[in-house]
Design a protein around this ligand. Sequence first.
Ligand code: PMP
Length: 402
Amino acid sequence: MTDLLDKFGPHMERYEAMMEVGTDALGLVNEKILSPTRGIINGKETILAGTNNYMGVTLDKTCIEAGKKALDDFGTGTTGSRIANGTYGLHRELESEIASFLDKKHAIVFSTGYVANLGMIAGVAGPKDTIYLDADSHSSIYDGCTLSGARLVRFRHNDANDLAKRLARSKGEEGGRLVVLEGIYSMFGDRAPMDDFIAVKKEFGFQLMMDEAHSFGVLGPNGRGLAEEAGVYDHADFVVGTFSKALGAIGGFGAGDHPFFDAIRYHSRPYMFTASPSPASVATAIEAVKLLKREPERRERLRENSTRLFDGFKALGLDLACDVVSPVIAVKCKDEPSTIAMWNALLDAGVYVNIALPPGTPINTCLLRCSVSAAHSFDDIDQIIDLFGRVVAGGHGLDQQG
Ligand code: PMP
């Protein structure tokens, strides 16, 4: 009999090699959270620079009070899915807050951002349809396609011409055509070239879904994401996002203007067959949306912080994964052992960033990925730059980065 776990042998060796260097990079424990940008890790106060806590709302007093009140009023969990006993007034309220924030007629709340992609993609596309995916799409987008049973066509990352070629080849085929793009890509921090994609949309006709997980609340004059920033918001037929980043909660959403939009609720297995997000989480997300509306200056502050970190890294000569400023700033490293060593050295020196290794990264790169928060002070940003200067640009006793 084959032992099902035998195939993990090589993974375990890789993991053990990582553990020999220092801290478990894939199972890091936050022992205490002191603020949106400070935590205790390995017993030591650490600057948090890899949390996706873009607006720094996780410890906001109004959000916490709303969460506590929901716990008192509705209890710890809903114990059911949205179509059974798991829809509360709070879920409806959050849906109308999201729809209003996005200026879309309809919104649906899902249990996580991952589930929102599964639920929206498999909710709108089925076996007779074709989904065109950017090759660097997030795993939740790929998994949504698999669940839908639709034909999957991948095009080269951010390459609208490649998409056009593939659409031309399947002209005249039956079924609907869905193209999924991300606002800010999670690993490199680059944006989809929206003008090029919209030109292709006008030529070939398809429905567009924007996953604005990293750009909701962050980009655009009203924080609606990349499509708004690029001035093509009306072309975003569906907008998907998460509550786990700019809103500091957990859950996800899909939104759109289509008159049949609500039918997605009854054709989406990830909506129907999992428990709805807890009252406390939904209540904090409602407050966080209101907060983002009330305090647009947080977006400006995030832009200033991101630019400061980007310029600082550039001045150090680091090899950045993207040439345009965004709150996701990733440094390309030479190989896995040096990336792991530098990640540990940064942590020992007092800054936490994400480590990202193949196969979870585009073009098999090894990355030290930072995400900037509006809550970082300029002093925090300068300390991060200083530490990267010593550990990464300085090579930290390792080979110079190429
Ligand atoms: N889409 C993208 C682009 C993401 O990066 C992520 C998470 N990092 C998700 C969806 C899923 O969101 P969540 O973690 O809230 O489930």
